[in-house]
Ligand binder design. Structure first.
Ligand SMILES: *Cc1c(COP(=O)(O)O)cnc(C)c1O
Length: 353
């Protein structure tokens, strides 16, 4: 079975070998305060920074999930106000958890339409923290091309935090446009679940220091103190960090991966726009169409049939999310998928419809 689910998703084929290596190298039993772990952690961070082109003065931390990262941002970086702009379920959930922590007085929402090309001028007053979802996995949208750099220019003193869970590792991100970036690895990184990376600018850390929140084990300040020794605040997912290190050491630099992903995306778009009668891309506005998660619209009967038949042919297709459950399905366009697997799925869909 090949999984086209947009998370948890198909892992890189080499993960099989890396798992074996982890076992033989006794990675599964190493102590997280040992020199071996420190070396492993350091290599994972160095490789990640190298392959994703993360600015040298940005810091990298490991957490357990993107959901945990939402709370780290809320607890360590928000004091007066956080503003959440979202058009789908994941951005909304981040807003929801932040409101649970700080109350609705301090936490504001801008809910925008999924066809809208969000503009930086939507934010008239600079918030303390602005929370954005780079790629909204639930509906297959992404932020428009120039949006983050314009927002950065317009809000130079705001801490801009970006959930890039379903794009980091596949799409080239300009990290300098925001202060906090995070992603769990079971989507675009092609790795098993249970690990998230968070990337912070010097400004984000300086802001965390002024707030000085030290009430939580996962305070950004504790994470920073531990990471100075290549360690974590708690016993981390050592295997996950090892697998990330191996995958990052092996993959091409992000510009090349970005090119592959974008090329495959164009093929998918062409297929749905010209070859398919019953299937249509949900998102009409090309500026906000995600390149890593495609959401396809069809009648509920067609969707049901396709899913069942795809499973029989060895493809796992992603269900529609939330209110889009019956009217859409989703296809991951993540780099861990093989070209031949994508060609087979296109073939299947072509012959089916
Ligand atoms: C999947 C996803 C999450 C949640 O990830 P967890 O690892 O389950 O916490 C958050 N944000 C986005 C955009 C996602 O796609």
């Amino acid at each position: 079975m090949v999984s086209f689910y947009p998370g948890p998703s198909q892992v890189y084929p080499k993960v099989k070998r890396y798992l074996n290596d982890a076992y033989s190298e006794n990675i599964l039993s190493i102590n997280h305060r040992s020199k071996e772990f420190e070396a492993l952690c350091k290599k994972a961070v160095v490789m990640l920074k190298k392959k994703l082109k993360i600015p040298s003065d940005y810091r990298v931390y490991f957490f357990s999930s993107a959901t945990e990262c939402w709370e780290v941002v809320a607890q360590s970086l928000v004091q007066q106000e956080s503003l959440h702009a979202f058009n789908g379920a994941f951005g909304q959930r981040w807003y929801h958890y932040t409101s649970n922590i700080h109350g609705t007085e301090k936490v504001r929402a801008i809910a925008f339409d999924r066809e809208e090309s969000l503009q930086a001028n939507r934010f008239n007053k600079a918030p303390e923290v602005l929370c954005l979802t780079h790629n909204e996995t639930s509906n297959g949208t992404c932020l428009p091309e120039k949006f983050l750099s314009e927002t950065r220019r317009q809000l130079p003193d705001t801490v801009i935090a970006v959930d890039a869970t379903s794009s980091m590792g596949g799409i080239a991100l300009n990290f300098a446009d925001a202060d906090v970036w995070f992603a769990s690895v079971q989507k675009c990184f092609g790795l098993p679940a249970g690990l998230a990376v968070m990337i912070c600018s010097p400004a984000a850390l300086a802001h965390a220091r002024t707030i000085n929140n030290r009430n939580h084990y996962n305070s950004l300040l504790f994470a920073e103190e531990m990471m100075q020794r290549w360690q974590t605040t708690h016993t981390p997912n050592v295997l996950g960090i090892y697998l990330l290190m191996r995958v990052m050491a092996d993959v091409k630099e992000i510009a090349a991966i970005h090119k592959t992903v974008t090329g495959r995306f164009k093929k998918w778009v062409n297929f749905f726009e010209t070859k398919s009668e019953h299937l249509r891309l949900l998102i009409r506005n090309p500026e906000v169409r995600s390149r890593t998660v495609l959401t396809i619209e069809a009648t509920p009967a067609v969707i049901e049939k396709i899913k069942v038949k795809a499973a029989r042919n060895g493809f796992l297709i992603g269900n529609g999310y939330g209110e889009l459950k019956d009217s859409t399905f989703r296809i991951a366009n993540f780099p861990a998928l093989r070209k031949s697997e994508i060609a087979r799925l296109i073939d299947f869909l072509y012959n089916y419809i």
